[in-house]
Write a protein that binds this ligand. Structure first.
Ligand code: SAM
Ligand code: SF4
Length: 487
């Protein structure tokens, strides 16, 4: 059991395998513990209350826009998202566009825009107006956007095809039982229906990415093989396979819906994915696979280290500082309309943290450019990060390790998946702090579609997707962890 995370398990043995596999398993356990400890220690955010710093000349920044509304909230998801209410969402999109204007007035320019959520396609007309405005304000040449399977329909695809280069759809699994447990079957429908929608979307947009999650507690190898076969059949140009992560914020709802996550199986499933996809896809990052011959368009953090986030709950990373916008939609509107884009909180990273972040992102993207590292930080990777370098070498993670670059072995790719899982769990610690600032009255109003009252919110700050009268009653007496399962 990992400390402070009731939704996961970790064992003292991975149950055999080759020496290389055992070595990776040991390394994975070690890094998980170290990163888990660091997450608790490092990622504290502090109040900020100012606008973002001005852009530096000739820097290539990415623009990220967050849309925190979903038709239904999934029990495993700890992103900033609220049940959809049209009036809130329309007001929110207007504020988002206003914030984009503020960022443009500040002198920022962007060549790429990534719109994530939540469900950005929740209001198609507002989304299109937002993309169009970004095109007017900035020199945007590439737009990526997330969506859900029920939006892969003609009106959406027709509107998005000319605007969006990479559309990413969260399938998670094609398995009916898993989708029922995830409370997504009603939205996604049968596997045949999803495959047909993906085929249509893949033929319409430039690049369609499908997100899968693997290592669900009740998932068998046969279920995963079927998911991968359907993925290939779907014709998508790219696939991202996330290991199921159990952030503390949703550990309880996750355990109740899909079960308790066991990281011991992660490596086996990851190997199976790499093997099954190898005839059709090639690795584009540690957990992204591009159909062979497709142009790589990857997640925004891999290519662009510095980014500006607009929207409630959005992160910006500039000059080694992480800026976190408020999770309160009310405070967000006030910060934009009255405060001209004030940012709620921040966290400055030390030079060493920044070098480790560069190493993580470089290797996650399959190649660490050591020459650029030296140029940017004035020191070589091995001198700056001797422990991390020794760890990767001893783990057999590095395929090439020259003065100019480091690349990964297959086992190394899995280690990076485990590192990113821990990194995201660390990011979740940041989200947890940002959520704690949203008051109960606002939450009750935001969660109204889930039939929550302010008393329920105060009694049990649980994820509304699975919050029923029964869970409210069961959780109300849990005074020890009043916020552990909230938001
Ligand atoms: C935050 S969602 C936003 C896009 C869209 N609403 C959707 O459901 O796909 C983006 C992706 O994050 C991944 N994700 C969310 N929570 C996760 C978790 N606990 N573990 C692993 N992946 C997760 C899912 O694969 C999901 O497709
Ligand atoms: S995974 Fe579910 S809750 Fe999370 S953003 Fe996507 S639809 Fe919303």
């Amino acid at each position: 059991m990992r400390g402070g995370n009731g939704g996961t398990a970790h064992a003292s043995s991975n149950g055999g395998g080759s020496r290389a596999t055992q070595r990776t398993a040991l390394s994975e356990r070690l890094l998980t513990r170290v990163m888990d400890w660091q997450n608790g220690r490092q990622l504290k955010i502090l109040p900020y209350g100012r606008a973002l710093p001005d852009p530096l000349a000739k820097r290539d920044y990415t623009l990220y826009a967050h849309v925190p509304f979903c038709e239904r909230l999934c029990p495993y998801c700890s992103f900033n998202r609220y049940p959809f209410q049209e009036d809130h969402a329309r007001r929110y999109f207007r504020t988002l566009r206003e914030e984009m204007r503020i960022v443009a007035d500040q002198g920022f320019d962007f060549s790429s825009l990534y719109i994530g959520g939540g469900t950005p396609t929740i209001l198609l007309d507002e989304l299109c107006a937002t993309i169009d405005l970004a095109g007017e304000l900035f020199a945007i040449s590439e737009v990526s956007c997330e969506t859900n399977p029920n939006h892969l329909r003609a009106p959406y695809l027709e509107a998005l095809a000319p605007r969006v280069k990479r559309l990413s759809v969260g399938v998670q699994s094609f398995d009916q039982d898993l989708l029922l447990r995830m409370e997504r079957y009603g939205m996604c429908g049968s596997s045949a229906k999803m495959v047909a929608s993906i085929q249509e979307a893949a033929a319409t947009v430039d690049l369609l990415n499908v997100d899968l999650i693997f290592n669900f507690p009740s998932q068998t190898e046969a279920m995963l093989r079927r998911d991968l076969a359907l993925l290939k059949e779907s014709g998508c140009q790219q696939a991202t396979a996330y290991p199921l992560m159990a952030p503390a914020a949703v550990a309880r709802t996750l355990a109740k819906s899909v079960g308790r996550v066991d990281y011991r199986r992660e490596r086996r499933f990851y190997d199976l994915i790499s093997e099954e996809l190898s005839d059709t896809f090639e690795p584009a990052s540690a957990w992204t696979f591009s159909r062979i011959s497709e142009v790589l368009v990857d997640e925004y953090i891999v290519d662009h280290e510095e980014y500006v986030g607009v929207g409630s709950g959005a992160f910006s990373f500039l000059g080694g500082v992480l800026y976190v916008q408020t999770f309160s939609l009310r405070d967000y509107r006030a910060a934009v309309t009255q405060g001209r884009g004030l940012i709620a909180s921040h966290r400055a990273f030390s030079p060493r943290d920044r070098m480790r972040y560069r190493m993580l992102m470089g290797l996650f993207g399959l190649r660490l450019d050591k020459r650029r590292f030296r140029e940017d930080f004035g020191i070589s990777v091995s001198r700056a990060l001797p422990v991390e370098t020794a760890f990767l070498r001893a783990s057999g993670a590095l395929a090439t390790d020259t003065a100019d670059e480091a690349t990964l072995t297959a086992g190394g790719r899995y280690l990076l998946v485990a590192m990113m899982r821990e990194f995201f769990l660390g990011v979740d610690q940041v989200r947890k702090q940002a959520r704690a600032a949203v008051d109960d009255d606002e939450l009750a109003e935001l969660w109204r579609p889930q039939h929550l009252t302010v008393n329920d919110v105060a009694a049990c700050r649980a994820t509304p997707a699975t919050l029923t009268a029964e869970t409210v009653a069961a959780n109300a007496g849990d005074a020890a962890s009043p916020v552990a399962t909230l938001r």
